[in-house]
Ligand binder design. Structure first.
Ligand SMILES: [Zn+2]
Length: 240
């Protein structure tokens, strides 16, 4: 199975910096990040409400990708039609952290995980359609948020929900099963997207936020148990 080559480009000033090291070190049998580059500045916006049109982004992020590669831009400015991920051509797209960056920070989710989630979305669409153009992408994604990698998330808050336990919904899984993909692609795709999840610390923190009373009770029980255990060990040592 050949890996899709991905070039990641930081477009403009990043309000929500991300680690290129984490993205470069991510182990995947489906894609490889071959290059990182920067486009330092963007011109003034050319759309309503300070949004940037595809043409405006493409002017500073020109397409150089070929059939077996994807150019993946990341910016912090709002895009046209309130999209946070927009195809710019058959093989290039741009991800905006303009709104999602704040939401992800509020939920203690890593920006890199969100980037990875969208890299897999692009890789999945590319595998199915041999293109990530707008028309092809819209044939794959769905409006309903199902916790699926192909959720379109018209509601921004759903984008964070979709990352809770990344998977493929039954509909998308059937779509991938029907497609003529390389042997083992679907299984590997599912295995890899499941690895994009909050760290243990983030999961504990989320549990404490959701269940503060249970968390206090657990802390008290654990504290008392440790004290009792300490007393027991102390008495046992003295008695020897
Ligand atoms: Zn789905």
């Amino acid at each position: 199975m050949s890996r899709t080559k991905i070039e990641i480009c930081s477009v403009g000033h990043q309000k929500f910096p991300f680690s290129t090291r984490i993205l470069r070190k991510w182990k995947s049998e489906l894609f490889e990040v071959t290059e990182f580059r920067d486009v330092q500045l963007l011109p003034n916006s050319d759309g309503d409400d300070y949004t940037y049109s595809d043409e405006s982004i493409a002017n500073v992020f020109p397409v150089t990708s070929t059939e077996d590669s994807i150019q993946f831009g990341i910016c912090s400015v709002p895009l046209a039609d309130s999209f946070y991920l927009r195809p710019l051509s058959e093989h290039s797209c741009i991800l905006s952290l303009s709104e999602l960056g704040l939401l992800l920070q509020a939920q203690n989710r890593r920006i890199e995980d969100f980037i990875l989630k969208n890299l897999y979305l692009a890789v999945g669409v590319h595998a199915l359609k041999n293109s990530i153009g707008l028309e092809q992408a819209l044939q794959v994604v769905h409006d309903e948020s199902r916790g699926c990698i192909f959720d379109m998330n018209p509601n921004r808050a759903d984008a964070v929900f979709s990352m809770e336990r990344l998977s493929l919904c039954a509909d998308c899984k059937a779509k991938l099963q029907r497609a003529s993909l390389p042997h083992g692609f679907l299984e590997q795709f599912e295995r890899e997207i499941r690895r994009i999840r909050p760290s243990l610390y983030q999961r504990i923190e989320a549990f404490v936020k959701k269940q503060p009373l249970v968390s206090i009770l657990v802390a008290v029980v654990v504290g008392l148990s440790l004290e009792l255990l300490g007393n027991f060990v102390y008495d046992w040592l003295r008695g020897r």
